[in-house]
Write a protein that binds this ligand. Sequence first.
Ligand code: PRP
Ligand code: URA
Length: 216
Amino acid sequence: MSKPDYDESRLTVVDHPMVQHKVSILRSKDTSTKEFRELVRELALFEGYEATRDLPLEDVEVETPLEKTICHRASGKKVAIVPVLRAGLGMVDGLLELVPSARVGHIGMYRDPETHEPHEYYCKLPPDVEKRICLIVDPMLATGGSANAAIDYLRKAGVKDVRLLVLVAAPVGIKAVLDHDPDVRVYTCEIDRELNDNAYILPGLGDAGDRIFGTK
Ligand code: PRP
Ligand code: URA
């Protein structure tokens, strides 16, 4: 297999066996809306473990029932979770379970069905967003247009540490994002084969927003 022509050092594929198991259920056309939504939340939590692996820790003294000991706690580096609406909303609760103190910003974006270009319709970020590690969440990375627009929005707001968490990615989308922004890190559960003529991921899982919210 030929080597991908993007910066692999900024890409993490979260290929834990339970992640692969859950993605296989997510992909099935027979999976119900309820189950799909639960799986997206669970997978976001798994992915969040990897995406926050380098969060700084500080020493704290804790007194157990037996003695005093030094433990490690997150040192207060702040996190913002930024879902790309709509489908990204399905990943927020899983990440909030992992980082309960995180703030949540929203970027509303839809893809034009003809041109596949992203259109922004809503944005609201925490006031101190530039000081936070920002986790952009969206289950699907297809052409990369929506992700790049979301990344640009955060960069304009002054955010230095941007990480993109998706569940399924097309190679062309990964390349588009990694080439577009020299610092962003990308996390995905799986890399799929290609896009079809409608810029849907193959084999993919269909329209993530429709499947999370039961709108089709
Ligand atoms: C989907 C998906 C991403 C985007 C990916 O959203 O959730 O945001 O498409 O495609 P891209 O990489 O080619 O930009 P969609 O526009 O369908 O909106 P929705 O979440 O409201 O359904
Ligand atoms: N958006 C989706 O929801 N699914 C795809 O396969 C591509 C874009």
